[in-house]
Write a protein that binds this ligand. Structure first.
Ligand code: AMP
Length: 184
């Protein structure tokens, strides 16, 4: 978890490479569906490009279709609302699976805006424009930030400072992951 521009995608890719988990990056999946012009892609395009969150029902369906049984998954960018978190909990219970831990990348807002603007030049993502960045941060504050206390209460939230060297942040995450993997 983390606000837009915190480095979730970058760190997630490092983790799946190291541990061979299955990576479920909901933003990437949505962008791919938009690119292919699927019916789901068409349904979500305007929302994604304006920086709004996609409705829970659609997101839950998308994640459920990817969580086939067995193996270890890294969820990147999901859940982003309380409704999604509750649905995920139910889904995992139904499958006899569990959430091992929630990693939260903390980055100050001024830094996020700078990073997102840089990314808009480098990658040309349709949702990295100044106006859309504000919408995404608002969505984050209103709908996603409350998940921090949700997971804190469950004792599975791990905060990682997301400022500084990418490798160093990766090392801190790896330490947490190693602890989680070695505990019963
Ligand atoms: P990301 O690549 O994770 O920044 O996601 C890009 C966009 O996809 C977001 O701004 C949302 O419009 C949409 N999106 C991705 N994941 C979710 C989610 N879990 N819930 C709702 N919308 C999502």
């Amino acid at each position: 978890m983390g606000p837009p521009g915190a480095g979730k995608g970058t760190q997630a890719r490092k983790l799946v490479e190291k541990y061979h988990w299955t990576h479920i990056a909901t933003g990437d999946l949505l962008r791919e569906e938009i690119r292919l012009g699927t019916s789901r892609g068409q349904a979500v395009q305007a929302l994604v490009e304006s920086g709004k969150l996609v409705p829970d029902e659609l997101m839950i369906e998308l994640v459920e279709s990817r969580l086939t049984d067995g193996g270890t998954y890294l969820l990147d960018g999901f859940p982003r609302t309380l409704g999604q978190a509750q649905a995920l909990e139910e889904l995992l219970t139904r499958k006899g699976a569990q959430l091992t831990g929630v990693l939260f990348l903390e980055v100050p807002e001024a830094e996020l805006i700078q990073r997102l603007l840089r990314r808009s030049h480098a990658e040309g993502r349709a949702d990295d424009t100044p106006h859309t960045i504000q919408t995404r941060l608002q969505e984050y504050r209103a709908k996603t930030a409350p998940l921090l206390s949700y997971y804190e209460e469950r004792g599975i939230l791990y905060r990682v400072p997301g400022l500084g060297d990418v490798e160093e942040i990766g090392n801190q995450i790896a330490k947490i992951v190693e602890t989680l993997l070695s505990s019963p």
